[in-house]
Design a protein around this ligand. Structure first.
Ligand SMILES: [Zn+2]
Length: 461
């Protein structure tokens, strides 16, 4: 069995923020869970390095686009590393060996099937979104995502015949998690879907050249979405590609649902490829109740948090505090509270306490039925929650087992060395082993520490 999971590929115009940390940690849990279940997992992430935003950001820094995206993309790789992300590969859309040949091959296929055509375009473009917008998308004449008036452009571009695939898309929509987001997609369809521009005039853009027409650059989305197939070998390893495609899950943020639920499946239909099995959509993270912005000075830097509290502490907060498919908030006070009560005094304290008890009593007895039942209960609840993409609930089920163990100690008082002390501590030792295994998909570093009984797990702050 195979499992192919992707994250979106963030624009390499700025260093990674906490929102992407959430997405990649969620994807990592799913990848680890499926690996644990014995599947062959391919977990792809990467960076999107084309488009006007990149060009502008590089110019502002006085760097070439290549120098600039090397830096930013490097920072995303570093985030994967410090967060203990178990990605299989990392694809950059400027990759000339793996990505570009796939993009060119696919473009030519779509031209051949008549799905790409040239026409004059007049309309609005939001460079913040890197997207063409219609009057319907605007609020008081401004892009609601960027509070900015879009620019009016008039040029001749290549278009993708999205409208042609509408009836088919209506008939078999990609599974969207959560269910509630499906309505949004149905809304787009109901309002009517127009063909999308897939290229931009070269003087105003930055990307790969349109094959056979060097006066145009490919529109960023026309090339970015293809990372999902180029990254697993579309142009260089057909066997690998055929094994892993279709994607089991695309993890994305709510702002790019339209591209993934409509444009991407339509492109796949045009190519005669299977559609992804599901799209998992997360919300946005605010900081102390407010939208994160440089001017407010409330941008949460994941590197700083990890440096101070460790990678598992951040992973825990993101998975436990932020509802997996809705908006959530990063508050340093709540972060510290969770760290203190659930990590340091919760799981950390239990492991240390059981280690201390083991020094006083034997612990070689077969685990009792009571403890085995509690462990099984936690495991089943965890699995069910992960399979429904409810990571907070999954962690809660493990923390219920931790609470059970704390109570078990209080009730049985093994430190007094009574008749049952050996059995109690053996049970607790067994539970700690299992807790270490159960947390491994969420908190890989702590899981390793528990296995080796390295204490303290989370030093007090
Ligand atoms: Zn915008």
């Amino acid at each position: 069995m195979k499992y192919y999971i992707t994250t979106s590929i963030p624009y390499a115009n700025a260093f990674p923020h906490i929102g992407f940390a959430l997405e990649i940690v969620q994807a990592d849990v799913l990848a680890r869970y499926n690996r644990e279940g014995g599947k062959e997992v391919f977990f792809l992430t990467g960076t999107d390095e084309h488009g006007l935003k990149i060009k502008k950001a590089a110019e502002e820094k006085g760097l070439s686009a290549k120098e600039f995206t090397d830096q930013v993309s490097g920072k995303f790789r570093e985030l994967c590393s410090v967060l203990n992300i178990s990605n299989t590969d990392f694809i950059r859309t400027t990759d000339e060996k793996r990505h570009k040949p796939a993009v060119e091959e696919i473009w030519e296929k779509m031209v051949e099937s008549g799905d790409i055509y040239k026409r004059k375009y007049k309309g609005y473009y939001c460079s913040g979104c890197e997207a063409f917008v219609t009057e319907k998308d605007l609020v008081d004449g401004k892009c609601p995502n960027h509070q900015k008036e879009p620019e009016f452009i008039e040029e001749e571009n290549y278009f993708f015949r999205l409208s042609k695939y509408l009836p088919e898309l209506k008939k078999r929509m990609v599974r969207i998690i959560p269910e509630s987001r499906k309505k949004e997609v149905l809304g787009y369809i109901k309002n009517g879907i127009e063909d999308v521009s897939f290229s931009r005039s070269k003087d105003k853009y930055f990307g790969f050249e349109v094959p056979q027409d060097p006066s145009q650059y490919l529109y960023v989305w026309a090339d970015a979405l293809l990372n999902y197939v180029s990254g697993i070998g579309y142009s260089f390893d057909k066997a690998k590609f055929n094994f892993f495609w279709p994607a089991d899950v695309h993890c994305i943020g709510k702002d790019i649902l339209k591209f993934h639920a409509l444009i991407w499946p339509a492109m796949l239909l045009s190519l005669g490829l299977e559609m992804p099995k599901s799209i998992f959509v997360h919300g946005f993270i605010t900081s102390e109740g407010k939208k994160m912005s440089k001017s407010l000075g409330n941008v949460v830097d994941p590197f700083e948090i990890i440096e101070k509290y460790g990678s598992d502490a951040l992973r825990y907060y993101l998975l436990r505090e932020i509802p997996s498919a809705e908006d959530g908030d990063f508050s340093i006070e709540r972060f510290k509270k969770r760290y203190d009560t659930e990590l340091a005094s919760g799981i950390g304290n239990l492991v240390s306490r059981v280690e201390a008890l083991k020094k006083k009593t034997g612990f070689g007895k077969t685990p009792s039925g009571i403890i085995k039942k509690e462990v099984k209960k936690a495991e089943l609840k965890r699995n069910k929650a992960v399979e429904s993409f409810k990571f907070g609930e999954a962690l809660k089920s493990i923390w219920e087992l931790i609470s059970f163990c704390d109570k078990y100690i209080e009730e049985n008082r093994p430190w007094e060395g009574g008749d049952n002390a050996d059995q109690t501590v053996s049970d607790l030792n067994f539970a700690v082993d299992k807790i270490g295994e159960l947390v491994s998909i969420f908190l890989p570093e702590s899981s390793e520490k528990i296995k080796n009984r390295q204490t303290p797990l989370f030093p007090r702050i």
